[in-house]
Write a protein that binds this ligand. Structure first.
Ligand code: SF4
Ligand code: SF4
Length: 202
């Protein structure tokens, strides 16, 4: 059966606890995702991408198509490999695509890799973001459209703040460069997910 999200009562595949009810980790971290989180994430991200697309379209509509194709391939395949394949959510065996709050629907075609990202993975991760976010900045500078650019910068700053506050401060993927979980809470998560804790010690 294909469910929209994982059963919130059932511990993660990597977790050795018998039940999630009463788990201290769940007071701070989000092990299970839901539709509300996904919707809010999309509502936060959409204005940034729509405005960026508008800026590129103003400059040259032929650039827009490759930019969109790059976004789809990056978040659908590349970022999934270098970052999400380290996420405990990726270890769920009963799902064939991600059922999380950010990359919902991306196919799980890679192997699960517990533990931190390698240097090369981080380089690929940041390069993708620089290409996606930098293209509209470059075209705005070339057009000397600083009003459009200012709005874009404000939208990105607002998105970054909201992302950090509502998502990165609660995310179980400690490998992500944006993750903001302190070591005490990480260790609590590792107590329940010892195989992941071991992978982080290597
Ligand atoms: S750490 Fe385990 S028991 Fe606790 S909320 Fe996450 S999956 Fe459930
Ligand atoms: S790292 Fe984030 S986007 Fe990727 S699978 Fe985990 S929760 Fe989803």
């Amino acid at each position: 059966m294909s469910k929209m999200f994982l059963d919130p009562e059932k511990p993660l595949n990597t977790c050795i606890a018998q039940k999630c009810d009463g788990c201290r980790v769940s007071e701070k971290l989000v092990c299970h995702f839901n539709f509300r989180q996904l919707l809010i994430f999309l509502l936060m991200a959409l204005p940034v991408f729509l405005w960026a697309g508008f800026m590129i379209y103003q400059f040259n509509s032929f650039i827009l198509i490759p930019w969109i194709l790059f976004i789809l391939s990056f978040f659908g395949f590349i970022e999934i490999r270098v970052m999400c394949s380290h996420c405990p959510h990726y270890a769920e065996t009963e799902i064939k695509s991600l059922k999380c709050w950010a990359n919902y629907g991306s196919p799980k075609i890679w192997q699960y890799r517990p533990g931190p990202m390698s240097l090369l993975e981080k380089v690929v991760f940041y390069s993708g973001f620089i290409i996606i976010a930098g293209t509209p900045i470059a075209v705005a500078i070339l057009q000397t459209c600083y009003a459009l650019l200012s709005v874009y910068i404000v939208l990105i700053a607002a998105w970054k703040w909201a992302l950090k506050t509502f998502y990165c401060n609660h995310c179980i993927n400690f490998a992500c460069p944006f993750n903001n979980i302190d070591s005490e809470m990480r260790n609590d998560f590792f107590d329940n997910n010892p195989a992941i804790g071991e992978a982080w010690k290597k």
